[in-house]
Every structure is written in structure tokens, then in C-alpha cells.
Design a protein around this ligand. Structure first.
Ligand code: B12
Length: 302
């Protein structure tokens, strides 16, 4: 039978190691075995209940009331959704895009977002509309208002829309400083990275090269050499543990030549406790925009 280390359970459920240990102590669930080294070893079949618990506690249910319920009881609770959630739980976002997604209206969602993009321009759309909407979609998924298929649909619609728009922009490949965009193995979230790529492309003066998600570090290094990259940009979502971010960043930094800058962003990046030489942490897209504006200003001044 499969047994999982605590780090894997943390990544798979979004429940922190501390929460897992506290629940074990207080409520007796989960109750991992110990492996040969004495470390906690969780049953793979407990993941389902733990994911449900994550969703329900995010929706406002108190752990004391629900940790320890069977997976079937948790499923029933999750299915009953808002009816059983406390009245002050997060409201279903009124945003039209979320409503379209909840109704599986793929073309409606595409048209709605395309209209917003046309109105706001790429930077305004990404920073003011898409970034908060993406968070709202994640919250709707965590509450059980939408399923994984709808989350995938959202990602698909947004990715196609932004990629189609990027293709129409004047390409910056020739002469511009090459920036490689990627995530490390284990990080599947790509929308934050794509949003950062949009801002860099619009800023001009850069050649954005997207390698997508889960790129092995050695391959990233090879790609950066092949493209004579000036910058490697990584994204770490909220799903990344601080240990994953810290280890990934430090290892890649050591593999890249010092002449290549390493940019990191996303909510997970903010968990990097100590500054690492040669690594710039962007707390949000606004900070990236400020940095890009500063580079543009000094380039036009010189
Ligand atoms: C879409 C999505 C998915 C898709 C991803 C598809 C894809 N191709 O991208 C799929 C279905 C695969 C998925 C899977 C999972 N997901 Co998910 N997902 C999301 C969602 C809705 C969007 C993710 C995203 O791209 N966010 C982009 C933005 C919003 O992220 P950001 O970190 O805030 O970054 C911002 C800036 O900092 C900046 N930025 C980001 N990167 C960079 C980089 C640079 C260089 C710069 C300058 C700036 C920058 O841009 C962003 C814009 O504001 C989020 C919701 C959320 N809040 O992020 C959940 C979310 C991240 N997922 C979550 C979870 C739990 C998971 C799974 C573990 C679920 C599971 N058990 O299978 C897996 C993990 C997969 C993995 N190993 O990576 C949780 C994490 C909970 C936690 N730990 O706190 C979230 C928060 C949902 C939730 N509310 O519970 N997910």
C-alpha cells in the first residue's frame, strides 16, 4: 500500500505540515504511520478526505466540527455547498466570468474576456481583471462551486486568449534581452507566469521565450545558454511549499552563470525567507511593471 511523506501530502492537499500535525494531535486524523527513519508516512487513500477538509475549512467550516468525519460524510457536506456553509463564508463571486464558468459557457467566457481585453488593453486586463479573477476561480474551486474540469476550461480559455494576443504584438525577439519563462518540476501552475510574460512583452526591449511548466533544471540551463539569456523567470504559485521554493531557487541559481539574472514571482515566491544573491523576488505584477518602467526610462535616457 502507498505511503506518502508529509511534504507530498502538503503539496497534494494544500494543507500545511503544521496543520497536518496539529489535526493529528487534536483530532487523531490523519494518523500516519512512521517509516524506518521515524518520519510520518501517510496513507494515499487519506488524500481524498484531506482535500475535502481543505475545501470545507476554506469555505468557513470549523476543523473541530469536521476533522475526523468519514470521506462520505465530508463529500455530502461539500455537495451541500453554500447551504451548509456559514453565512459569512466567501460569497460566490458576482463576476460575470465566474458565472459563465459555473454554467460551462465556454464561448460566452471567451467572448466576455476578449471584450474586457479589448477595452482595457493587455496590461490593464492582466493586472486589474485577470489576476483577481484567477484568484476568485481558485477560491470557487476550493469551495466546490466549480470542479477541476471548469478550472481547466478557464486556464485553457485564458491561455489561448493571451497567446493569440501576444502573437499579434510586434515580436521583440531580435536584439532584445532574452527572458526565459518556466516553472520547475512539480509546479504545474502557469497562468501567473503567462501574465508576467505579457507584461515583459508589452514593455518591449525583451525577447520572451516560454518553456512552459515543469522544466528540469539542467534543461533550463541548456536553454538559457542556447538563447544567450539575460534573465530566467520562474513562477511559484501558492501551492508551493517554502522548502520547495527555497531549494529550487538556490539550486538553479548555483547552476546558472552569474551573468544570468534569476527573477521569481507568484505567491509561493514570497515565502523565500532570506534574500539569495542574484535572485530578484517580485511580490506582484505591479512590482514587475515598476521594474520594467525603470529599465525603459534608463534606456531612453541613455
Ligand atoms: C488553474 C489552477 C490549477 C490548474 C493549473 C493549470 C495551469 N496550466 O496553470 C491545475 C488544475 C493543474 C491545478 C492543480 C493544482 N492546484 Co491549483 N490552482 C489554479 C489557480 C486557479 C490558478 C493558478 C495560477 O496560475 N495562478 C496565477 C496567479 C493568480 O498566481 P500568483 O501566485 O498569485 O502570482 C501572481 C503574481 O505574483 C504574478 N506572478 C506569478 N508568477 C510570476 C513570475 C514572475 C517572474 C513575476 C515577475 C510575476 C509572477 O502573477 C500573478 C498575478 O497576480 C489557483 C488559484 C490561485 N490563487 O493561484 C489554484 C491553486 C494555486 N491550486 C491549488 C491546489 C491545492 C492545487 C493542487 C495541489 C490540487 C490537487 N490536489 O491536484 C494541484 C497542484 C498541481 C501542481 N503540482 O502544481 C491551491 C493552492 C492552495 C495552497 N497551497 O495554498 C490554489 C490556491 C487554489 C485554492 N484556492 O485552493 N491548479
Amino acid at each position: 500500500m502507498d505511503r506518502l511523506p508529509i511534504a507530498v501530502v502538503e503539496r497534494e492537499t494544500g494543507l500545511s505540515k503544521d496543520t497536518l500535525r496539529v489535526w493529528e494531535r487534536r483530532y487523531g486524523f490523519p494518523s500516519p504511520e512512521r517509516d524506518a527513519a521515524g518520519d510520518r508516512a501517510y496513507r494515499a487513500e487519506d488524500l481524498h478526505a484531506l482535500r475535502l477538509l481543505r475545501r470545507l475549512t476554506d469555505a468557513g467550516h470549523r476543523p473541530a466540527k469536521i476533522v475526523g468525519l468519514s470521506a462520505e460524510q465530508l463529500e455530502t457536506l461539500a455537495r451541500s455547498g453554500q447551504a451548509s456553509a456559514p453565512a459569512d463564508g466567501p460569497a460566490v463571486a458576482a463576476d460575470a466570468a465566474l458565472i459563465l464558468l459555473q454554467h460551462w459557457d465556454f464561448t460566452g467566457l471567451r467572448d466576455h474576456l476578449a471584450q474586457r481585453l479589448a477595452q482595457a488593453g493587455l496590461v490593464g486586463f492582466v493586472c486589474d481583471h485577470l489576476a483577481p479573477l484567477t484568484i476568485a476561480v481558485g477560491e470557487a474551486w476550493a469551495r466546490g462551486d466549480i470542479g477541476v474540469a471548469q478550472e481547466h476550461l478557464f486556464t485553457e480559455v485564458v491561455t489561448r486568449l493571451l497567446r493569440a494576443h501576444l502573437q499579434q504584438l510586434p515580436g521583440g525577439r531580435r536584439g532584445g534581452a532574452a527572458v526565459l519563462f518556466a516553472t520547475l518540476p512539480g509546479e504545474q501552475h502557469a497562468l501567473g507566469l503567462l501574465m508576467a510574460e505579457c507584461l515583459v512583452t508589452v514593455a518591449g526591449g525583451y525577447a520572451a521565450i516560454s518553456l512552459g511548466t515543469e522544466v528540469p533544471m539542467q534543461e533550463l540551463v541548456k536553454a538559457s545558454e542556447a538563447h544567450c539569456c539575460k534573465i530566467v523567470a520562474l513562477s511559484f504559485s501558492q501551492a508551493c511549499s517554502s522548502a520547495f521554493v527555497s531549494e529550487g531557487v538556490r539550486t538553479l541559481r548555483a547552476l546558472l552563470p552569474p551573468t544570468v539574472a534569476l527573477w521569481i514571482g507568484g505567491r509561493g515566491a514570497a515565502t523565500l525567507k532570506r534574500a539569495v544573491d542574484g535572485v530578484t523576488v517580485f511580490s506582484d505584477l505591479g512590482q514587475l511593471q515598476v521594474a520594467l518602467d525603470a529599465v525603459n526610462a534608463s534606456a531612453s535616457g541613455s
